[in-house]
Design a protein around this ligand. Sequence first.
Ligand SMILES: [Zn+2]
Length: 388
Amino acid sequence: MRRLSIKSLIALVDQELIPIKDAVIDISDDEVIGIGKIPGSNNVVDLGNVILMPQLTNAHIHVLDYFLMDLFNKYYIDDVVGAPYGLKYYYLRKAKPESLRNGLAMVFRRIRSYGIGCLLSIIEYGKSFTDIVIEEARRAGLCIVPLAEPSVFRTYVRPNEEEDVNEEFEDEIKYFVDRGFGISLISPLNYTMAELKIASKLGGSRGLPISTHVSETEDTYSDGDLDRALSTLMIGNTVFVHLTQLNDGDIMRLPMLPVVTCPRSNMEFTGKIPKISTMIRRGLRPLIGTDNVALVEPDPWEEIKLVRLLMRGEELHSINILKMLTSWAWSWGFGYIMREGELMRGLALQVGYEGVDINYVHDYVITRISSMDVAYIINGSEILKVTT
Ligand SMILES: [Zn+2]
């Protein structure tokens, strides 16, 4: 048994990210066994002038399009990464998984260096690419929740097709859930009602997450994608992504489920971000994702700065923005908090000033911290120095 006590200037603990000054976290093997001010072991590591907080969760990312980043600004972005007819889909249909291994390894190392612990990754053409994505993410030290996407989808569902089920679609969904993968659906508009129900039933019966983009654009919103999702996908652990176009009334009738917003991607694609403060009033505990690597650098620190700026005057407190990256994700089963009995998955942020007032620490993290301040990643009793 390896015991260790980690000292920091301020630690943000428990679900409420409560700041404790001169905190000591006692760790035994992989687990937090005590939080206080006096070390519970002789083996004390003082990390110095750092803020210690849980590793972050990036709740929505497409990693398989990194090789298209050069096309950014050369073509209309929807033609590059848009589903299902963007260039991404065209290339991935032809790509050999091995040809992407080195590139993926670099993407995941970069993601890890930002302090991400848990990653919900969409994997297009899931049957071909899920294994390699999982392997490379784990090699970088990430906990990955793979969301495998079937290769079959429809441009448009005619009213008389709603009961149809494409056999290949059903086979691939079965293949995914048999392997314990979550499921990614492009949008409720790209499958029949019967297909949506099958995905929901198969994923839900194994407790696997099902992710779908909902109301990202005005078109998908006016085509009624939200109602299709609500009437078919509510059995499993459904994750709704974007919801950019929803009004307050739509948000207030959402059931309690994990919703993910991708602020920079939403600004690039649609020029606005969803009503996050209404989501919080509704009690939804929203999460943050960075969406397409081809389009947006997967750096969560940039994401939260933008959220704060765009939501000025909307009663969105810094602590809630931080919870979107940490404890709210944990509350849905996708991330970490620092509490006795939990896995120790910590992140030490270097403070570049003399100190930080304990009442200012959440604002400090939101407004001042950037990826260059991520100093250490703590996994159980292992302390890893972050090098970029
Ligand atoms: Zn997406």
